[in-house]
Design a protein around this ligand. Structure first.
Ligand code: SF4
Length: 225
């Protein structure tokens, strides 16, 4: 597989981060509070699958693991679309091996809308870029996309799934993604470790999990420091 939504965003934050993910992933240190947030996000995403009623989920794991079997997911998705399934969750698409799995793909009269689920009270620009990456892959796979939504975690726990229409902004990232995806693919495969000056990117938009490795064992500054 070439790039996923996550690896593309990580590469845009820092190409060395992308390179380390591929060549030296054991060096990463995920802070426990971040891991807890990622786990909570997965639970919220699982619940959101049912927000439009009946659905089919495309997730397949490699035997005995929790690693997605992307090839099987791609085949399942194609089959579900051919059968006209109305709501497809974790719908998988690939273009030149760049890959994404869409949280919720919903059939419309003219094509499909899609929903990216985030366990967050508000939409951030980073979320819109995530949706933009998916729009890019789907469009290159010739899937006709109408609207794009980010589903955020609203204040009413009885009805926590709140879709926010980000169609124009997400589609607006198409060229930006096309301008970078091929170069990042190339950099990820470079044989030698990428050399990058330490800087702002080590903490923004997200704290880098290789911070200690690149900063000679130093810990990242905490907000209360
Ligand atoms: S710590 Fe900084 S330089 Fe090192 S991989 Fe992360 S973002 Fe890149």
């Amino acid at each position: 597989m070439a790039l996923t939504k996550t690896s593309f965003m990580r590469g845009m934050q820092c190409p060395k981060m992308l390179w380390l993910d591929k060549h030296k992933p054991s060096l990463k240190v995920i802070p426990p509070e971040i891991q807890a947030r990622l786990d909570a996000g997965n639970d919220f995403g699982d619940l959101a699958m049912g927000m439009f009623g009946p659905y089919e989920e495309m997730t397949v794991y490699r035997p005995g693991t929790t690693i997605p079997d992307k090839k099987a997911m791609l085949a399942n998705t194609q089959n579900a679309m051919e059968r006209g399934v109305g709501v497809i969750c974790e719908a998988a698409f690939s273009n030149y091996n760049n890959y994404c799995a869409v949280d919720i793909l919903r059939k419309t009269e003219t094509g499909y809308d899609f929903y990216e689920v985030k366990n967050s009270p508000a939409v951030s620009e980073q979320f819109i870029k995530d949706a933009g990456f998916q729009y890019y892959i789907l469009t290159r796979c010739k899937v006709k996309i109408g609207k794009v939504f980010i589903v955020i975690h609203g204040p009413d726990e009885e009805k926590p799934f709140v879709p926010v229409d980000v169609t124009a902004q997400a589609k607006g990232y198409y060229n930006w993604i096309n301008d970078h995806i091929w170069d990042l693919n190339r950099r990820q495969k470079e044989p030698d470790e990428i050399v990058i000056e330490l800087g702002e990117q080590c903490l923004n938009p997200y704290e880098c999990w290789y911070y200690g490795y690149c900063h000679g064992g130093e810990l990242p500054p905490r907000k209360e420091d």
